[in-house]
Design a protein around this ligand. Structure first.
Ligand SMILES: Cc1ncc(COP(=O)(O)O)c(C=O)c1O
Length: 358
C-alpha cells in the first residue's frame, strides 16, 4: 500500500536512548530538558530568536491569535487544511475568505486588500505546500491598515525565502509538527514570536496562565509539548537535510515526467524560495478526470490525497462566501505520493496512470 506520505522514523536506538534519559530523570513534561534543548536547536535551525513549542499546530494558531488580540474578523485563505479556519472560529473570530492566486495557490494580496473592513483584526495566510506567500505585498497591506500578519507555516519547515528563514516572516509564524510533516514530533507545533515579552506571555498561556508555584496570573490553557515528543524532534532534526534531499529526487522525477503534459497544471513555485519538497500537487482539467485517476490508483493500492478539498468557504460553520478560484482548484487538485523511499518502479506506475487519464 502506498500512501500520500510516509512518516519518517529515526533510528530506534537513538530514540530509545532519549527515552532512557527521560526515565532516568523522571521528568516527562512541563518544559523539561529535552523540550528546552529542542527549542534552542530549532531556534538555531530556523534562524529565529524565539521558538515556543506546543502540543500541536492548531493550538499554535490559537495561541497566536490570543497573543495578537485577534478578534471580530480575520482575512484568511479558503485553500488550506481546515485547522487554519476552524482555529479562528474556535476563538470566536469570523474567517473572511480572500480568494487565492490560481498559480501559486496562495492567498491573493489584491483580494486581501479588497476584503478589509473596519472589523478586520488580522491577516492569516498560509504558505501552501511550502510555497511562500507574496510577503512584500501582504506586509504593505498590513502596515497600511495597522493589522498583524500571522503565517500558518505548517507546510514550510526549512524553507528559505529571499535568502532568509521563512520562520521569521510576519508578526507570528506557526508550525505543525504532526507525524505527516517533514519535520515532526509525533504531534506538536511551534509558535515563532519576535521578542522576549511575547515569548514569556506565550509560555504562560500554554501553561494554564501559571508562571510558577502558587501563582495564577491570567487565563491560560494547556498545550505544552511533552518530553517524548521533544525526543522525537531531536532525533529527526539530526536527519532533516537527508530527509529533504531524499524527497527532492522523487519530486524532480515527477516534474520531469509531467512537464509538457498540457492538461496538467503544476504549482507555480516562488523563484525567491527554496523548496522542502513536502508535497507534490497536480491540478487536472476537471474533477471527473481527478476522480478517474484516483480510482485507478486506488485499484493499485496507491492512495493520493485530495489536499485541499473541500474548499473552506464551504464549511457549514462559516458565513456563506464565494471564492471561485479556490473552489475550482480544490475540486481538481490531487497530492501524489512523495517520500524518500518511494522507488522508481512504483513512481513510474503512478506517473503512467496519471498521464493515461489526464
Ligand atoms: C496548513 C495547516 N495548518 C494547520 C495544521 C494543523 O496542525 P496540527 O495537525 O499539528 O494541529 C495543519 C496540519 O495538520 C496544516 O496542514
Amino acid at each position: 500500500m502506498i500512501n500520500v506520505t510516509k512518516t519518517y522514523l529515526p533510528a530506534l536506538e537513538k530514540y530509545q536512548d532519549y527515552v532512557r534519559r527521560i526515565f532516568e530523570s523522571g521528568w516527562l513534561t512541563n518544559n523539561g530538558a529535552l523540550t528546552q534543548t529542542l527549542e534552542a536547536r530549532l531556534s538555531e535551525y530556523l534562524q529565529v530568536p524565539y521558538v515556543v513549542l506546543v502540543s500541536n499546530g492548531t493550538l499554535a494558531l490559537q495561541i497566536a491569535y490570543r497573543l495578537l488580540k485577534v478578534k471580530d474578523q480575520a482575512i484568511t485563505t479558503p485553500f488550506s487544511f481546515v485547522a487554519t479556519s476552524s482555529s479562528l472560529v474556535w476563538e470566536n473570530i469570523n474567517p473572511v475568505f480572500a480568494d487565492i492566486d490560481p498559480n501559486s495557490f496562495n492567498i491573493s494580496p489584491e483580494n486581501v486588500r479588497k476584503a478589509i473592513t473596519p472589523s478586520t483584526s488580522a491577516i492569516v495566510a498560509v504558505h501552501v505546500f511550502g510555497n511562500p506567500c507574496d510577503h512584500d505585498s501582504l506586509v504593505k497591506i498590513s502596515k497600511d491598515n495597522s493589522i498583524p500578519i500571522i503565517y500558518d507555516a505548517a507546510h514550510a519547515f526549512g524553507v528559505q525565502y529571499n535568502g532568509a528563514s521563512i520562520a521569521g516572516l510576519g508578526d507570528i509564524s506557526t508550525f505543525s509538527f504532526h507525524a505527516t510533516k517533514i519535520f515532526h514530533t509525533i504531534e506538536g507545533g511551534a509558535i515563532i514570536v519576535k521578542d522576549k515579552k511575547t515569548y514569556d506571555k506565550a509560555k504562560l498561556l500554554i501553561n494554564f496562565g501559571i508562571p510558577g508555584y502558587d501563582q495564577i496570573t491570567e487565563l491560560g490553557i494547556n498545550c505544552k509539548m511533552n518530553e517524548f515528543q521533544a525526543a522525537m524532534g531531536l532525533c529527526i532534526l539530526d536527519d532533516i537535510e537527508d530527509i529533504i534531499a531524499g524527497r527532492k529526487s522523487i519530486y524532480n522525477r515527477y516534474v520531469d515526467s509531467f512537464l509538457g503534459t498540457e492538461s496538467l497544471k503544476l504549482q507555480q513555485y516562488s523563484l525567491k524560495a527554496t523548496n522542502n519538497y513536502a508535497y507534490f500537487p497536480i491540478v487536472f482539467s476537471s474533477e471527473k478526470i481527478l476522480l478517474k485517476v484516483k480510482e485507478e490508483l486506488n485499484k493499485l493500492e496507491i492512495f493520493p490525497r485530495r489536499y485541499f478539498f473541500p474548499s473552506l468557504e464551504k464549511l457549514n460553520y462559516v458565513a456563506s462566501q464565494v471564492t471561485p478560484i479556490a473552489n475550482s482548484i480544490s475540486q481538481r487538485i490531487l497530492c501524489l505520493p512523495l517520500f524518500a523511499d518511494l522507488n522508481w518502479e512504483e513512481q513510474k506506475k503512478i506517473i503512467e496512470v496519471v498521464k493515461k487519464s489526464a
